[in-house]
Design a protein around this ligand. Sequence first.
Ligand SMILES: *Cc1c(COP(=O)(O)O)cnc(C)c1O
Length: 451
Amino acid sequence: MTPKTKKLISLDKKYLWHPFTQMKEWEESTPLVIERGKGNYLIDTDGRRYLDGVSSLWVTVHGHRKKEIDSAIKKQLNKIAHTTLLGLGSTPSIELAERLVAVAPRGLDKVFYSDNGSTAVEIALKMAFQYWEQTNKKNRKRKFAAFTGAYHGDTFGSMSVGEIDIFVKKYRPLLFDTFRAPYPYCYRCPVGKEKKDCKTACLEVFENILKDRHEEIAGCVIEPLFEGAAGMIASPPGFLKAVRRLTRKYDVLLIADEVATGFGRTGSMFACDSEGVVPDFLCLAKGLTGGYMPLAATLTTEKVYRAFLGSYDEYKSFFHGHTYTGNPLGCAAAIANLEIFRKENVLERLKGKVALFKTLLEKFESLDHAGEVRHTGLVAGVELVADKNTKEPYPPAQRLGHRVCMEARKYGLIIRPLGDTVVIMPPLSIKETELKKIVNITYDCVKRITL
Ligand SMILES: *Cc1c(COP(=O)(O)O)cnc(C)c1O
Protein backbone atom coordinates (compact mmCIF):
# COMPACT_ATOMS: atom_id res chain seq x y z
CA MET A 1 0.00 0.00 0.00
CA THR A 2 1.41 3.41 -0.93
CA PRO A 3 1.76 6.07 1.78
CA LYS A 4 -0.84 8.17 -0.05
CA THR A 5 -3.41 5.37 0.17
CA LYS A 6 -2.60 4.77 3.80
CA LYS A 7 -3.17 8.45 4.54
CA LEU A 8 -6.48 8.53 2.66
CA ILE A 9 -7.78 5.48 4.48
CA SER A 10 -6.91 6.94 7.85
CA LEU A 11 -8.63 10.23 6.96
CA ASP A 12 -11.65 8.33 5.65
CA LYS A 13 -11.93 6.47 8.92
CA LYS A 14 -11.49 9.67 10.83
CA TYR A 15 -14.07 11.78 8.99
CA LEU A 16 -16.51 9.74 6.93
CA TRP A 17 -19.72 7.95 7.79
CA HIS A 18 -20.56 5.55 4.95
CA PRO A 19 -24.09 4.71 3.77
CA PHE A 20 -25.65 1.32 4.59
CA THR A 21 -22.46 0.47 6.45
CA GLN A 22 -21.73 -0.88 9.92
CA MET A 23 -18.94 1.57 10.66
CA LYS A 24 -17.40 -0.65 13.33
CA GLU A 25 -16.81 -3.27 10.66
CA TRP A 26 -15.54 -0.55 8.29
CA GLU A 27 -13.08 0.79 10.86
CA GLU A 28 -11.62 -2.67 11.24
CA SER A 29 -11.35 -3.23 7.48
CA THR A 30 -8.88 -2.16 4.82
CA PRO A 31 -11.14 -0.31 2.40
CA LEU A 32 -10.35 0.34 -1.25
CA VAL A 33 -10.18 3.93 -2.36
CA ILE A 34 -11.18 4.39 -5.99
CA GLU A 35 -9.42 7.10 -7.90
CA ARG A 36 -10.24 6.56 -11.55
CA GLY A 37 -12.34 4.55 -13.94
CA LYS A 38 -12.02 3.46 -17.55
CA GLY A 39 -14.58 1.47 -19.50
CA ASN A 40 -15.81 -1.33 -17.26
CA TYR A 41 -12.93 -1.00 -14.82
CA LEU A 42 -12.37 0.86 -11.56
CA ILE A 43 -8.82 1.82 -10.60
CA ASP A 44 -7.77 2.34 -6.97
CA THR A 45 -5.23 4.74 -5.50
CA ASP A 46 -2.54 2.07 -5.79
CA GLY A 47 -3.26 1.67 -9.52
CA ARG A 48 -4.96 -1.72 -9.18
CA ARG A 49 -7.73 -2.44 -11.69
CA TYR A 50 -11.06 -4.04 -10.84
CA LEU A 51 -13.98 -5.04 -13.03
CA ASP A 52 -17.02 -2.98 -11.99
CA GLY A 53 -19.37 -5.91 -11.40
CA VAL A 54 -22.23 -3.85 -9.91
CA SER A 55 -22.08 -0.80 -12.18
CA SER A 56 -21.00 1.43 -9.27
CA LEU A 57 -24.21 0.61 -7.41
CA TRP A 58 -26.45 -0.06 -10.43
CA VAL A 59 -25.87 3.21 -12.27
CA THR A 60 -23.09 2.90 -14.87
CA VAL A 61 -24.56 2.19 -18.30
CA HIS A 62 -21.97 2.66 -21.05
CA GLY A 63 -18.87 2.40 -18.85
CA HIS A 64 -16.68 4.97 -17.14
CA ARG A 65 -15.05 7.85 -19.00
CA LYS A 66 -17.40 7.39 -21.92
CA LYS A 67 -16.14 9.95 -24.41
CA GLU A 68 -19.55 11.27 -25.48
CA ILE A 69 -20.82 11.80 -21.93
CA ASP A 70 -17.54 13.32 -20.76
CA SER A 71 -17.63 15.85 -23.56
CA ALA A 72 -21.36 16.61 -23.19
CA ILE A 73 -20.75 17.60 -19.57
CA LYS A 74 -17.67 19.67 -20.47
CA LYS A 75 -19.63 21.40 -23.23
CA GLN A 76 -22.44 22.24 -20.83
CA LEU A 77 -19.92 23.39 -18.24
CA ASN A 78 -18.66 25.95 -20.74
CA LYS A 79 -22.17 27.41 -20.79
CA ILE A 80 -23.49 27.12 -17.24
CA ALA A 81 -23.27 24.59 -14.41
CA HIS A 82 -26.56 25.30 -12.69
CA THR A 83 -29.64 27.42 -13.13
CA THR A 84 -32.99 26.85 -11.45
CA LEU A 85 -36.25 25.50 -12.90
CA LEU A 86 -38.24 27.49 -10.35
CA GLY A 87 -39.52 30.31 -12.52
CA LEU A 88 -37.00 29.77 -15.34
CA GLY A 89 -36.45 27.32 -18.17
CA SER A 90 -33.11 25.82 -19.14
CA THR A 91 -31.96 24.45 -22.48
CA PRO A 92 -30.80 20.93 -21.50
CA SER A 93 -33.80 20.28 -19.22
CA ILE A 94 -36.14 21.04 -22.13
CA GLU A 95 -34.22 18.95 -24.65
CA LEU A 96 -33.99 16.03 -22.24
CA ALA A 97 -37.72 16.13 -21.40
CA GLU A 98 -38.59 15.85 -25.09
CA ARG A 99 -36.25 12.88 -25.49
CA LEU A 100 -37.49 11.12 -22.34
CA VAL A 101 -41.10 11.38 -23.47
CA ALA A 102 -40.05 9.98 -26.86
CA VAL A 103 -38.47 6.83 -25.35
CA ALA A 104 -40.91 6.32 -22.44
CA PRO A 105 -44.04 4.17 -22.72
CA ARG A 106 -46.55 6.09 -24.84
CA GLY A 107 -48.84 8.41 -22.87
CA LEU A 108 -46.30 9.61 -20.32
CA ASP A 109 -46.03 13.16 -21.56
CA LYS A 110 -44.93 15.26 -18.58
CA VAL A 111 -41.53 15.27 -16.90
CA PHE A 112 -40.88 16.44 -13.34
CA TYR A 113 -37.21 16.51 -12.36
CA SER A 114 -35.48 15.84 -9.06
CA ASP A 115 -32.09 14.47 -8.10
CA ASN A 116 -32.30 10.90 -6.80
CA GLY A 117 -34.41 7.79 -6.83
CA SER A 118 -36.03 8.32 -3.45
CA THR A 119 -37.30 11.75 -4.46
CA ALA A 120 -38.49 10.42 -7.83
CA VAL A 121 -40.75 8.03 -5.88
CA GLU A 122 -41.64 10.59 -3.23
CA ILE A 123 -42.84 12.95 -5.98
CA ALA A 124 -44.99 10.24 -7.60
CA LEU A 125 -46.58 9.49 -4.21
CA LYS A 126 -47.33 13.15 -3.55
CA MET A 127 -48.69 13.72 -7.05
CA ALA A 128 -50.92 10.64 -6.87
CA PHE A 129 -52.23 11.70 -3.46
CA GLN A 130 -52.87 15.27 -4.56
CA TYR A 131 -54.45 14.11 -7.81
CA TRP A 132 -57.33 12.47 -5.96
CA GLU A 133 -57.64 15.34 -3.48
CA GLN A 134 -58.18 17.70 -6.40
CA THR A 135 -60.41 15.57 -8.62
CA ASN A 136 -62.64 13.81 -6.14
CA LYS A 137 -64.93 15.89 -3.91
CA LYS A 138 -65.57 13.12 -1.42
CA ASN A 139 -62.05 11.80 -1.68
CA ARG A 140 -61.07 8.90 0.55
CA LYS A 141 -58.17 7.70 -1.64
CA ARG A 142 -55.39 8.54 0.79
CA LYS A 143 -53.37 5.36 1.12
CA PHE A 144 -51.03 3.34 -1.04
CA ALA A 145 -50.60 -0.28 -1.95
CA ALA A 146 -47.15 -1.78 -2.34
CA PHE A 147 -45.46 -5.17 -2.31
CA THR A 148 -43.59 -7.35 0.15
CA GLY A 149 -39.83 -6.92 -0.13
CA ALA A 150 -40.21 -3.55 -1.83
CA TYR A 151 -37.45 -0.96 -1.78
CA HIS A 152 -38.27 2.53 -3.00
CA GLY A 153 -35.69 4.70 -1.25
CA ASP A 154 -34.74 6.14 2.12
CA THR A 155 -36.97 9.19 2.59
CA PHE A 156 -40.08 8.85 4.75
CA GLY A 157 -42.61 8.44 1.95
CA SER A 158 -40.47 5.98 0.06
CA MET A 159 -39.72 4.09 3.29
CA SER A 160 -43.45 3.90 4.03
CA VAL A 161 -44.10 2.03 0.80
CA GLY A 162 -40.92 -0.01 1.28
CA GLU A 163 -40.83 -3.21 3.29
CA ILE A 164 -37.30 -4.38 4.00
CA ASP A 165 -37.39 -4.67 7.77
CA ILE A 166 -33.73 -4.06 8.51
CA PHE A 167 -33.97 -0.73 6.67
CA VAL A 168 -37.35 0.57 7.85
CA LYS A 169 -38.48 -1.22 11.00
CA LYS A 170 -36.89 1.28 13.39
CA TYR A 171 -38.73 4.13 11.71
CA ARG A 172 -42.16 2.45 11.59
CA PRO A 173 -43.67 4.77 14.21
CA LEU A 174 -43.02 7.66 11.82
CA LEU A 175 -44.24 5.99 8.63
CA PHE A 176 -47.73 5.96 7.08
CA ASP A 177 -49.63 2.67 6.75
CA THR A 178 -49.55 0.92 3.42
CA PHE A 179 -51.61 -1.99 2.05
CA ARG A 180 -49.15 -4.80 1.47
CA ALA A 181 -49.57 -7.32 -1.34
CA PRO A 182 -47.28 -10.32 -1.85
CA TYR A 183 -44.55 -10.02 -4.49
CA PRO A 184 -44.05 -13.35 -6.25
CA TYR A 185 -40.78 -14.40 -4.61
CA CYS A 186 -41.45 -17.95 -5.71
CA TYR A 187 -38.34 -19.49 -4.09
CA ARG A 188 -39.74 -18.41 -0.70
CA CYS A 189 -43.41 -18.08 -1.53
CA PRO A 190 -45.06 -15.30 0.49
CA VAL A 191 -48.43 -17.12 0.43
CA GLY A 192 -47.16 -20.63 1.14
CA LYS A 193 -47.58 -22.23 -2.29
CA GLU A 194 -45.32 -24.58 -4.19
CA LYS A 195 -44.35 -23.11 -7.54
CA LYS A 196 -45.76 -26.04 -9.46
CA ASP A 197 -49.26 -25.69 -8.06
CA CYS A 198 -49.38 -21.90 -8.24
CA LYS A 199 -51.05 -20.01 -11.01
CA THR A 200 -51.53 -16.55 -9.64
CA ALA A 201 -51.85 -16.78 -5.86
CA CYS A 202 -50.11 -13.44 -5.31
CA LEU A 203 -52.39 -11.74 -7.80
CA GLU A 204 -55.48 -13.08 -6.07
CA VAL A 205 -54.39 -11.50 -2.80
CA PHE A 206 -53.60 -8.27 -4.63
CA GLU A 207 -56.98 -8.25 -6.34
CA ASN A 208 -58.78 -8.88 -3.05
CA ILE A 209 -57.03 -5.89 -1.48
CA LEU A 210 -58.05 -3.67 -4.39
CA LYS A 211 -61.58 -5.06 -4.50
CA ASP A 212 -62.16 -4.41 -0.79
CA ARG A 213 -60.23 -1.18 -0.32
CA HIS A 214 -59.82 0.59 -3.68
CA GLU A 215 -61.89 3.52 -2.44
CA GLU A 216 -59.07 4.21 0.02
CA ILE A 217 -56.16 3.54 -2.34
CA ALA A 218 -54.65 6.42 -4.31
CA GLY A 219 -51.88 4.47 -5.97
CA CYS A 220 -49.91 1.27 -6.12
CA VAL A 221 -46.10 1.25 -6.28
CA ILE A 222 -44.16 -1.57 -7.88
CA GLU A 223 -40.63 -2.45 -8.94
CA PRO A 224 -41.43 -3.90 -12.36
CA LEU A 225 -39.93 -7.26 -13.44
CA PHE A 226 -37.59 -7.57 -10.47
CA GLU A 227 -37.29 -6.30 -6.92
CA GLY A 228 -33.75 -4.98 -6.58
CA ALA A 229 -32.77 -4.50 -2.95
CA ALA A 230 -34.85 -7.52 -1.87
CA GLY A 231 -32.30 -9.67 -3.71
CA MET A 232 -32.97 -9.26 -7.44
CA ILE A 233 -36.26 -11.15 -7.10
CA ALA A 234 -37.55 -11.73 -10.62
CA SER A 235 -41.34 -11.80 -10.99
CA PRO A 236 -42.88 -14.33 -13.39
CA PRO A 237 -43.82 -13.17 -16.91
CA GLY A 238 -47.24 -11.54 -17.00
CA PHE A 239 -47.25 -10.42 -13.37
CA LEU A 240 -46.63 -6.75 -14.15
CA LYS A 241 -49.23 -6.76 -16.91
CA ALA A 242 -51.79 -8.26 -14.53
CA VAL A 243 -50.99 -5.61 -11.90
CA ARG A 244 -51.62 -2.95 -14.54
CA ARG A 245 -54.90 -4.57 -15.55
CA LEU A 246 -56.12 -4.73 -11.94
CA THR A 247 -55.05 -1.20 -11.01
CA ARG A 248 -56.96 0.05 -14.06
CA LYS A 249 -60.00 -1.99 -13.17
CA TYR A 250 -60.11 -0.55 -9.63
CA ASP A 251 -59.09 3.00 -10.54
CA VAL A 252 -55.79 2.97 -8.68
CA LEU A 253 -52.84 4.93 -10.12
CA LEU A 254 -49.86 2.73 -10.95
CA ILE A 255 -46.40 4.00 -10.00
CA ALA A 256 -43.62 2.09 -11.75
CA ASP A 257 -40.39 2.52 -9.80
CA GLU A 258 -37.89 1.97 -12.59
CA VAL A 259 -35.04 3.59 -10.70
CA ALA A 260 -33.10 0.31 -10.94
CA THR A 261 -34.75 -1.33 -13.96
CA GLY A 262 -34.68 1.63 -16.34
CA PHE A 263 -32.24 2.25 -19.20
CA GLY A 264 -31.71 -1.19 -20.63
CA ARG A 265 -31.07 -3.12 -17.43
CA THR A 266 -33.77 -5.72 -18.12
CA GLY A 267 -33.06 -5.96 -21.84
CA SER A 268 -35.58 -3.35 -23.00
CA MET A 269 -35.30 0.41 -22.44
CA PHE A 270 -37.76 0.17 -19.53
CA ALA A 271 -39.01 -2.92 -17.75
CA CYS A 272 -42.59 -1.80 -18.50
CA ASP A 273 -41.85 -2.08 -22.24
CA SER A 274 -41.30 -5.81 -22.03
CA GLU A 275 -44.95 -6.34 -21.03
CA GLY A 276 -46.41 -3.44 -23.00
CA VAL A 277 -47.38 -1.68 -19.77
CA VAL A 278 -48.01 2.06 -19.48
CA PRO A 279 -47.99 3.13 -15.82
CA ASP A 280 -49.45 6.42 -14.55
CA PHE A 281 -46.05 7.38 -13.14
CA LEU A 282 -42.59 6.31 -14.22
CA CYS A 283 -39.78 6.98 -11.71
CA LEU A 284 -36.28 7.21 -13.15
CA ALA A 285 -32.89 7.89 -11.59
CA LYS A 286 -29.85 5.59 -11.32
CA GLY A 287 -29.04 4.99 -15.02
CA LEU A 288 -30.63 8.21 -16.29
CA THR A 289 -27.32 10.06 -16.69
CA GLY A 290 -25.42 6.92 -17.66
CA GLY A 291 -24.22 6.81 -14.06
CA TYR A 292 -22.53 10.22 -14.13
CA MET A 293 -24.62 12.73 -12.21
CA PRO A 294 -27.37 12.75 -9.58
CA LEU A 295 -30.50 13.38 -11.63
CA ALA A 296 -33.98 11.89 -11.47
CA ALA A 297 -37.27 12.26 -13.30
CA THR A 298 -40.87 11.38 -12.55
CA LEU A 299 -42.93 11.07 -15.71
CA THR A 300 -46.70 11.17 -15.70
CA THR A 301 -49.73 11.57 -17.91
CA GLU A 302 -51.50 14.61 -19.27
CA LYS A 303 -54.52 13.49 -17.22
CA VAL A 304 -52.66 13.73 -13.90
CA TYR A 305 -51.02 17.00 -14.92
CA ARG A 306 -54.39 18.59 -15.77
CA ALA A 307 -55.69 17.99 -12.25
CA PHE A 308 -53.10 20.48 -10.99
CA LEU A 309 -54.20 23.36 -13.23
CA GLY A 310 -56.27 26.25 -11.92
CA SER A 311 -56.03 29.86 -10.93
CA TYR A 312 -53.16 30.60 -8.55
CA ASP A 313 -55.33 31.11 -5.49
CA GLU A 314 -56.95 27.69 -5.81
CA TYR A 315 -53.53 26.44 -4.67
CA LYS A 316 -53.64 23.39 -6.89
CA SER A 317 -49.96 23.76 -7.84
CA PHE A 318 -47.54 21.00 -7.04
CA PHE A 319 -45.65 22.72 -4.24
CA HIS A 320 -42.53 20.62 -4.45
CA GLY A 321 -39.05 21.22 -5.87
CA HIS A 322 -35.48 20.53 -4.96
CA THR A 323 -32.79 23.16 -5.27
CA TYR A 324 -30.87 21.22 -7.91
CA THR A 325 -34.00 20.12 -9.78
CA GLY A 326 -33.18 19.54 -13.45
CA ASN A 327 -29.51 20.43 -13.03
CA PRO A 328 -28.12 21.32 -16.49
CA LEU A 329 -24.94 19.22 -16.17
CA GLY A 330 -27.05 16.20 -15.23
CA CYS A 331 -29.48 16.84 -18.09
CA ALA A 332 -26.60 17.19 -20.56
CA ALA A 333 -25.21 13.84 -19.38
CA ALA A 334 -28.65 12.23 -19.70
CA ILE A 335 -29.10 13.51 -23.25
CA ALA A 336 -25.71 12.04 -24.18
CA ASN A 337 -26.71 8.78 -22.48
CA LEU A 338 -29.87 8.47 -24.60
CA GLU A 339 -27.98 9.45 -27.72
CA ILE A 340 -25.53 6.57 -27.17
CA PHE A 341 -28.43 4.12 -26.85
CA ARG A 342 -29.57 5.24 -30.31
CA LYS A 343 -26.22 5.63 -32.05
CA GLU A 344 -24.63 2.45 -30.78
CA ASN A 345 -27.78 0.35 -31.03
CA VAL A 346 -27.22 -0.63 -27.41
CA LEU A 347 -30.49 -2.53 -26.86
CA GLU A 348 -30.03 -4.62 -29.99
CA ARG A 349 -26.45 -5.48 -29.07
CA LEU A 350 -27.51 -6.34 -25.54
CA LYS A 351 -29.46 -9.41 -26.65
CA GLY A 352 -26.37 -11.54 -27.22
CA LYS A 353 -24.90 -10.55 -23.87
CA VAL A 354 -28.12 -11.37 -22.02
CA ALA A 355 -28.26 -14.80 -23.65
CA LEU A 356 -24.60 -15.45 -22.83
CA PHE A 357 -25.12 -14.29 -19.24
CA LYS A 358 -28.02 -16.70 -18.82
CA THR A 359 -25.91 -19.61 -20.05
CA LEU A 360 -22.92 -18.66 -17.91
CA LEU A 361 -25.07 -18.48 -14.79
CA GLU A 362 -26.20 -22.09 -15.18
CA LYS A 363 -23.01 -23.38 -13.60
CA PHE A 364 -24.04 -21.92 -10.24
CA GLU A 365 -26.89 -24.44 -10.08
CA SER A 366 -24.42 -27.22 -9.32
CA LEU A 367 -23.08 -25.48 -6.20
CA ASP A 368 -24.19 -26.97 -2.89
CA HIS A 369 -25.02 -23.62 -1.33
CA ALA A 370 -26.49 -21.73 -4.28
CA GLY A 371 -30.16 -21.90 -3.29
CA GLU A 372 -31.56 -19.96 -6.21
CA VAL A 373 -29.94 -18.32 -9.22
CA ARG A 374 -32.10 -15.43 -10.42
CA HIS A 375 -31.66 -13.68 -13.73
CA THR A 376 -33.30 -10.77 -15.58
CA GLY A 377 -31.55 -9.03 -18.48
CA LEU A 378 -28.12 -7.98 -17.24
CA VAL A 379 -28.86 -8.59 -13.55
CA ALA A 380 -28.31 -11.72 -11.51
CA GLY A 381 -28.71 -12.65 -7.88
CA VAL A 382 -27.34 -15.87 -6.42
CA GLU A 383 -29.02 -16.58 -3.09
CA LEU A 384 -26.69 -18.50 -0.81
CA VAL A 385 -28.23 -20.88 1.71
CA ALA A 386 -26.85 -23.03 4.50
CA ASP A 387 -28.96 -25.97 3.35
CA LYS A 388 -30.19 -26.28 -0.21
CA ASN A 389 -32.91 -28.82 0.64
CA THR A 390 -34.54 -26.91 3.45
CA LYS A 391 -33.59 -23.47 2.01
CA GLU A 392 -32.34 -22.56 5.46
CA PRO A 393 -30.42 -19.29 5.35
CA TYR A 394 -27.00 -18.76 6.88
CA PRO A 395 -26.94 -16.96 10.23
CA PRO A 396 -26.56 -13.25 9.37
CA ALA A 397 -23.49 -12.93 11.63
CA GLN A 398 -21.58 -15.23 9.30
CA ARG A 399 -21.67 -12.48 6.63
CA LEU A 400 -21.50 -15.03 3.82
CA GLY A 401 -22.52 -12.68 0.99
CA HIS A 402 -20.13 -10.03 2.26
CA ARG A 403 -17.25 -12.51 2.50
CA VAL A 404 -17.78 -13.70 -1.08
CA CYS A 405 -17.58 -10.11 -2.31
CA MET A 406 -14.44 -9.37 -0.28
CA GLU A 407 -12.84 -12.50 -1.69
CA ALA A 408 -13.69 -11.39 -5.24
CA ARG A 409 -11.60 -8.24 -4.78
CA LYS A 410 -8.46 -10.37 -4.54
CA TYR A 411 -9.19 -11.47 -8.10
CA GLY A 412 -9.90 -8.01 -9.46
CA LEU A 413 -13.68 -7.89 -9.23
CA ILE A 414 -15.89 -5.44 -7.33
CA ILE A 415 -19.29 -6.81 -6.41
CA ARG A 416 -21.64 -6.02 -3.54
CA PRO A 417 -24.14 -8.40 -1.95
CA LEU A 418 -27.69 -7.93 -0.72
CA GLY A 419 -27.61 -9.95 2.47
CA ASP A 420 -26.59 -13.42 1.33
CA THR A 421 -27.60 -12.79 -2.27
CA VAL A 422 -24.52 -12.20 -4.38
CA VAL A 423 -25.35 -9.66 -7.06
CA ILE A 424 -23.86 -9.41 -10.53
CA MET A 425 -24.94 -6.29 -12.38
CA PRO A 426 -22.28 -5.13 -14.86
CA PRO A 427 -22.56 -2.05 -17.08
CA LEU A 428 -24.41 -2.65 -20.37
CA SER A 429 -21.08 -1.96 -22.07
CA ILE A 430 -19.55 -5.12 -20.60
CA LYS A 431 -17.65 -7.19 -23.16
CA GLU A 432 -18.36 -10.91 -23.49
CA THR A 433 -14.86 -11.80 -22.28
CA GLU A 434 -15.31 -9.53 -19.25
CA LEU A 435 -18.72 -11.04 -18.50
CA LYS A 436 -17.21 -14.52 -18.51
CA LYS A 437 -14.48 -13.35 -16.18
CA ILE A 438 -16.99 -11.79 -13.77
CA VAL A 439 -19.11 -14.94 -13.60
CA ASN A 440 -16.08 -17.22 -13.23
CA ILE A 441 -14.52 -15.20 -10.43
CA THR A 442 -17.85 -14.99 -8.61
CA TYR A 443 -18.40 -18.73 -9.02
CA ASP A 444 -14.94 -19.58 -7.68
CA CYS A 445 -15.36 -17.24 -4.72
CA VAL A 446 -18.80 -18.62 -3.82
CA LYS A 447 -17.41 -22.13 -4.03
CA ARG A 448 -14.41 -21.33 -1.85
CA ILE A 449 -16.26 -19.33 0.80
CA THR A 450 -19.20 -21.74 1.18
CA LEU A 451 -16.95 -24.80 1.39
C1 LIG B 1 -31.87 2.82 -5.64
C2 LIG B 1 -33.33 2.75 -5.67
C3 LIG B 1 -34.13 3.79 -5.16
C4 LIG B 1 -33.55 4.96 -4.43
O1 LIG B 1 -32.71 5.72 -5.23
P1 LIG B 1 -31.66 6.73 -4.54
O2 LIG B 1 -31.08 7.47 -5.69
O3 LIG B 1 -30.67 5.87 -3.83
O4 LIG B 1 -32.43 7.59 -3.61
C5 LIG B 1 -35.50 3.69 -5.31
N1 LIG B 1 -36.06 2.64 -5.91
C6 LIG B 1 -35.34 1.62 -6.41
C7 LIG B 1 -36.02 0.50 -7.09
C8 LIG B 1 -33.94 1.63 -6.30
O5 LIG B 1 -33.22 0.62 -6.75
